[in-house]
Design a protein around this ligand. Structure first.
Ligand code: SF4
Length: 336
């Protein structure tokens, strides 16, 4: 292959890399001015007098001695051995490509007629275990004077926790709890949101403000109750915690419940109820009755974030809280 052919091949590969294939259809290079100019440059026969390589400008110093051109001896090309023609009986049969029929076309697949899958395609769902079955009930109550230290010990155990994927999902703070270690009433939510993640305190955003109002309506102050979540790190985009995350974090909440030992626990929303009770049921099924969680009476009501989205349900939530108030002997503050 001489230099012109090599240059032509390189140019065509260059065009192909650019996604230009039409050059092959150009019967005359003059159709493309750029190609024509290039073609003219490479198609010009190299005359014997034309220099084969670019000349360096003359050096202003003493001239370099000219080396005489040594004749290049090339070996004679070896002839390519010719294969004898294959007998027709030994030739592979011609490949015949048959266009797909309508029945075999993918769009003709009838999903209604698909056979039922056999075998286990998805891993089994993580089993739900109620807090009552997670661990035996404590045999001794923590003395009121020791509850703060006991809770701090749980917090120390959590440390800079990386036990579940939420540790790597962009959390800023582990949100442990807030409130009175000797509270008779405990609220359990789902997990921290953006405000809680930033501050390290549960229920401080808009939903937290509504929860404060709910607590005040019961005749209590936030400092009188204990507030915690099922998971202590913020799930990304405030999504519902995955079972793996909730199950990994639940033992910490269980210890908090066992130390505080409230009389009443209010599960805020379906996720809190699901993991506290170990059942997956609708909120409508779970509300309006008492459940048992670690010796405490547990009521289920709407999460404040849900009430912000659907304020019409505030009346229903108030009914739930009134049942709690009766249980704790609370009276709503007198209206001024
Ligand atoms: S959510 Fe709980 S278990 Fe998961 S990393 Fe945070 S503290 Fe640890």
């Amino acid at each position: 292959m001489d230099g012109s052919a090599e240059s032509l091949r390189g140019y065509l590969e260059y065009l192909r890399d650019l996604g230009i294939y039409d050059v092959y259809r150009t019967s005359d290079p003059s159709d493309d001015p750029a190609l024509a100019a290039w073609w003219k440059s490479v198609a010009t026969p190299v005359t014997a007098s034309a220099p084969a390589t670019p000349q360096r400008p003359a050096n202003s110093g003493s001239p370099s001695p000219q080396r005489p051109a040594a004749p290049v001896q090339r070996p004679a090309p070896t002839p390519t051995p010719q294969r004898p023609p294959m007998p027709s009986s030994n030739r592979a049969p011609d490949i015949v490509i048959t266009p797909p029929t309508a029945a075999a076309a993918p769009h003709a697949y009838d999903f209604d007629q698909a056979p039922a899958p056999t075998g286990q395609l998805a891993p089994p769902a993580m089993p739900l275990v109620s807090f009552n079955n997670l661990a035996p009930l404590p045999t001794e109550r923590v003395a009121p004077a020791n509850k703060l230290a006991a809770l701090q010990s749980v917090r120390d155990t959590i440390g800079d926790c990386t036990r579940c994927p939420l540790a790597y999902a962009g959390r800023h703070n582990i949100v442990f709890a807030d409130g009175d270690p000797n509270a008779e009433l405990m609220f359990v939510g789902e997990g921290p949101g953006a405000d809680e993640d930033a501050s390290g305190t549960p229920f401080v955003g808009k939903a937290g403000q509504l929860l404060n109002n709910m607590i005040n309506a019961m005749g209590l102050k936030r400092e009188h109750v204990y507030i915690a979540n099922v998971v202590k790190c913020r799930p990304p985009q405030n999504r519902t915690p995955e079972p793996k995350e909730a199950n990994t974090c639940s033992p910490f909440l269980l210890q908090q419940v066992d130390i505080v030992q409230p009389k009443v626990i209010v599960a805020l929303g379906a996720t809190a109820a699901t993991y506290l009770l170990g059942v997956k049921q609708s909120l409508a099924n779970l509300r309006g009755q008492w459940h048992d969680v670690r010796g405490a009476k547990c009521a289920v009501t709407y999460h404040p974030a849900f009430l912000l989205r659907d304020p019409r349900q505030k009346g229903e939530a108030w009914k739930d809280l009134q049942r709690v108030m009766v249980e704790l002997g609370l009276k709503p503050p007198a209206r001024s």
